[in-house]
Ligand binder design. Structure first.
Ligand code: NAP
Length: 257
């Protein structure tokens, strides 16, 4: 068995995920670069000299195959895969949540039993996920220290229902599915960190905003290179055992929820 740490990176065929995989491999981590497009993912992994495994985070059977592939254990999970869709309606809300929130949650839930002592979970979130975009009442619900994963799931579902019925504005939600997906991802990181605080494996869970990065999503006018955008996610993936958990970071510094 290899003594190297093993990292799973989602959406590693391009953009920030590709860079995270590259930088982790440069730190002597064994990387499983995953992608939903097999050809693109295999080409990217070949270029990086790392393993590839196909993964569509919205498909349970795909997550199951990945779990089987890494059944011997995982040290680092980077939930990087994400989408930002044009427009705003119930379809966009559902699809965005399916990838950015449920995708990350379902991959994490399935791999969690496989995560070894000293494991690290990184949620690639966004400054767009700051709670300031929500009404004070909703903010209070997301920040409730007693919020459970079940309660969070109910909040996320109620957003989609409110978009469907055209009442999301009066209920205090922003007209952006991307923002809500990242608010929910941040809340998930906090809840998981709390839950894992009593787990003997010492797993640290953090969320990170990579900044505005020149990728397909960020566009060519963004201020940062993918290399810069990947730095803080990689730092969180390699935190020492006395590192933070349940935090939200940009440029290695805590930022507001
Ligand atoms: P990107 O170039 O558009 O890459 C997104 C990655 O996610 C691609 O590999 C994509 O795969 C993958 N993906 C999407 N849906 C998936 C699914 N269902 N299953 C598996 N993989 C899926 O964007 P990026 O800028 O690198 O974004 C990476 C992360 O950073 C995202 O979570 C994003 O929200 C976050 N972020 C980006 C910025 C920015 O300025 N770029 C700012 C803040 C946060 P395909 O190639 O198959 O589409």
């Amino acid at each position: 068995m290899s003594s190297k740490k093993l990292a799973v990176v989602t959406g590693a065929n391009r953009g920030i995920g590709y860079e995270i995989a590259r930088q982790l491999a440069a730190e002597a981590v064994e990387v499983v670069a995953t992608s939903r497009n097999r050809d693109e993912g295999e080409a990217a992994a070949r270029k990086l000299g790392v393993r590839h495994f196909p993964l569509d985070v919205t498909r349970p059977e795909s997550i199951e195959s990945l779990a089987e592939h890494v059944r011997d254990g995982v040290d680092i999970l980077v939930n990087n895969a994400g989408i930002s869709m044009k427009g705003f309606d119930a379809h966009v809300a559902r699809a965005t949540l399916a990838t950015n929130f449920w995708g990350a949650k379902n991959v994490t839930d399935r791999l969690l039993p496989l995560i070894r002592k000293g494991g690290r979970i990184v949620m690639v979130s966004s400054g767009m996920g700051e709670l300031s975009s929500l009404s004070p009442a909703l903010r209070g619900r997301f920040l409730d220290p007693l919020l459970t994963e079940g309660g969070l799931a109910e909040l996320v579902e109620s957003f989609v229902r409110d978009v469907e019925s055209g009442t999301h504005g009066e209920k205090g939600w922003p007209s952006s599915a991307y923002r809500v997906s990242k608010v929910a991802l941040n809340a998930l990181a906090r809840i998981l960190a709390r839950r894992l605080a009593s787990d003997p494996r010492g797993i640290l869970v953090n969320a990170v905003c990579p900044g505005w990065v020149r990728t397909n999503m960020g566009g060519p006018g963004a201020s940062r290179s993918p290399e810069e955008g990947a730095r803080t996610p990689v730092w969180l993936a390699l935190l020492p055992s006395d590192g933070p958990t349940g935090g939200f970071f940009r440029d290695r510094r805590t930022i507001d929820w």
